[in-house]
Design a protein around this ligand. Structure first.
Ligand code: FAD
Ligand code: FES
Length: 268
């Protein structure tokens, strides 16, 4: 009888960098080769031998390619920024549940995202920009620190043609393209035909998520129609090490995308 070989889930594969898109001095999108099923909001563990691994969300999916939008913050991500088009990086994944566009079809949709929080949800925005017949009205409220910190500037030009876009900066001078202030201040005035059926997705730093969800609930959104994506410190990414566990939930397996009815205890 043939001996059964157990697949080692920790073994990464090599993926080639096809393009590097520079958004800011410390945030680049690495367009990488990947053949297989993947959803927006899922993540890959990017690894560099001797440096370690970092979980990074999928910010775009197209024709055998995935986008990983990475902020340079430390050991692994600094080293990733030393790589260029044609180089290869090790990846494991995709992991986590990701966003399921089926949940949002034929609904009024609001996306609230801050900073690199736009990355995991970019695929959902792009999907409903391309398929506007599969949804009702859509509004995105995105916040960045300053003009220099805006990610996906080119996408915003397209999204503006397809949906209501509110882009706000923490500081600076208001222009026709952006407002000044926090994302939360635009939630009370959201124009919605039926708030009880409208769906909201919230992704960003913990304080932004907490106050955005509070404002959405006050605006009349139902808890079960709010979706959040959580970033927790992770290690294995596959439910074995327990690093990401909160109560009975493993963020790497059960998340990082949660319905707020389940995810409310996970918001910091
Ligand atoms: C599910 C998930 C998805 C993520 N998606 C992205 C993404 O799309 N793009 C991106 O740039 N980053 C993303 N992150 C965060 C990213 O994984 C960390 O910034 C990265 O692991 C840092 O690794 P490093 O070795 O470069 O930094 P380190 O040298 O390990 O740390 C540098 C600094 O970053 C902090 N840090 C480390 N890990 C995290 C974390 N998970 N969350 C917040 N702060 C952290 C450390 O406390 C330290 O202050 C994601 C994290 C998770 C859990
Ligand atoms: S990261 Fe190891 S269990 Fe989730």
């Amino acid at each position: 009888m043939a001996k059964e070989v157990t697949k080692n889930e920790y073994v990464p594969f090599l993926s080639e960098i096809k393009e590097v898109i520079k958004h800011t001095d410390i945030e680049y999108t690495f367009r990488m080769t990947y053949e297989g099923d993947v959803k927006p909001g899922q993540f890959f563990e990017v690894s560099i031998p001797k440096y370690g691994e970092a979980p990074i969300s999928v910010s775009g999916i197209k024709d055998g390619l995935i986008d990983l939008t990475i902020r340079r913050v430390g050991k692994v991500t600094n080293e990733v920024f030393e790589h260029y088009e044609g180089d290869k990086l090790f990846l494991r994944g995709p992991y986590g549940n990701g966003f399921d566009v089926e949940e949002y079809k034929d609904k009024e949709l609001v996306v609230v995202a801050g900073g690199t929080g736009v990355s995991p949800v970019r695929g959902v925005i792009q999907y409903f920009a391309d398929h506007d017949n599969q949804r009702k009205d859509m509004t995105i409220i995105t916040g960045f620190k300053s003009d220099k910190d805006i990610l996906f500037k080119k996408d915003f030009e397209y999204w503006r043609q397809k949906m209501n876009v509110i882009l706000t900066l923490d500081a600076g001078i208001e222009t026709k393209d952006h407002k000044i202030g926090l994302v939360t201040q635009y939630i009370p005035d959201l124009k919605l035909a039926d708030v009880e059926k409208a769906v909201a997705i919230v992704v960003g730093p913990p304080a932004m998520m907490r106050f955005s969800v509070k404002a959405l609930l006050e605006r009349g959104f139902k808890e079960e129609n709010i979706w959040i994506s959580q970033e927790r410190k992770m290690c294995c990414g596959i439910g074995k090490c327990g690093h990401c566990r909160i109560g009975d939930k493993y963020v790497c397996l059960d998340g990082p995308v949660f319905n707020y009815t389940q995810g409310k205890n996970l918001v910091d």
